[in-house]
Design a protein around this ligand. Structure first.
Ligand SMILES: Cc1cc2nc3c(=O)[nH]c(=O)nc-3n(C[C@H](O)[C@H](O)[C@H](O)COP(=O)(O)O)c2cc1C
Length: 207
């Protein structure tokens, strides 16, 4: 009933305010649930995607919990996965404040799960602000994969920015294929070194 009421109220709000209200509500519910003496168990309706077992198919899309502030609470509210980011990294610069804050939040959220299994899945959505698909852009994504490898259940290579070169690619897709080959090559190396398989998905928007 509360869910239906919230959805109705949100549907009546116009423009960008919807996102702000939705975040505020989810944040408040998450906090309330975490302080409640009655611990809710996450609703199970398992789905297997990319070899990962998600507790249920309901999650928070990229852009909603960009910094991972809700990570510590959102499993208690029933979300089967959270996609953090987009985190834009530049391989030629120092880590930015955004990335540092996310690592801090991931560390905090991971701590309570050291003894017990975390069933909520964490996706890490990586971006680059370069408008190319060259070696430097590959290096930006690889920096992100390396940095977040220990926390991620899956990675998203986000190429859906409005300025992304993928939106303007011509039909042979050669540049994109070579870019993805480099990412896959690096993924194989990380898997070999860490003995942990992390699937990668690519997010593309076509104009
Ligand atoms: C306010 C807002 C911010 C978003 N920010 C991001 C983002 O940072 N990175 C990203 O990959 N997608 C972002 N998205 C896209 C969502 O993750 C999602 O792909 C999109 O809303 C489509 O989902 P739908 O088909 O369920 O509506 C954003 C969406 C909204 C509405």
């Amino acid at each position: 009933m509360i869910y239906r009421l919230c959805i109705r109220l949100l549907a009546s709000i116009k423009g960008d305010l919807v996102y702000k209200y939705a975040y505020l509500w989810v944040y408040s519910f998450c906090k309330l649930c975490s302080f409640s003496p009655i611990k809710l168990s996450i609703p199970l309706s398992r789905v297997k995607v990319m070899g990962l077992s998600f507790p249920n198919p309901l999650g928070l899309a990229a852009g909603f919990d960009r910094e991972g502030k809700l990570l510590r609470y959102s499993q208690a509210l029933g979300f089967g996965f959270v996609e953090i980011g987009t985190i834009n990294l530049d391989s030629q610069k120092e880590l930015n404040c955004h990335a540092i804050e996310i690592i801090r939040n991931l560390k905090k959220a991971a701590r309570p799960y050291q003894e017990t299994n975390r069933i909520q899945k964490w996706g890490i959505n990586l971006g680059s602000l370069r408008n190319t698909l060259d070696e430097q852009t590959v290096a930006d994504y690889i920096k992100g994969m390396k940095l977040f490898w220990e926390y991620a259940d899956y990675f998203v290579i986000n190429l859906s920015r409005p300025e992304s070169p993928v939106r303007q690619l011509n039909s042979d897709m050669e540049e994109l294929n070579s870019f993805l080959d480099s990412i896959k090559h690096q993924q194989s190396k990380f898997i070999l070194y860490s003995d942990k398989h992390i699937p990668i998905v690519v997010k593309i928007a076509i104009n």
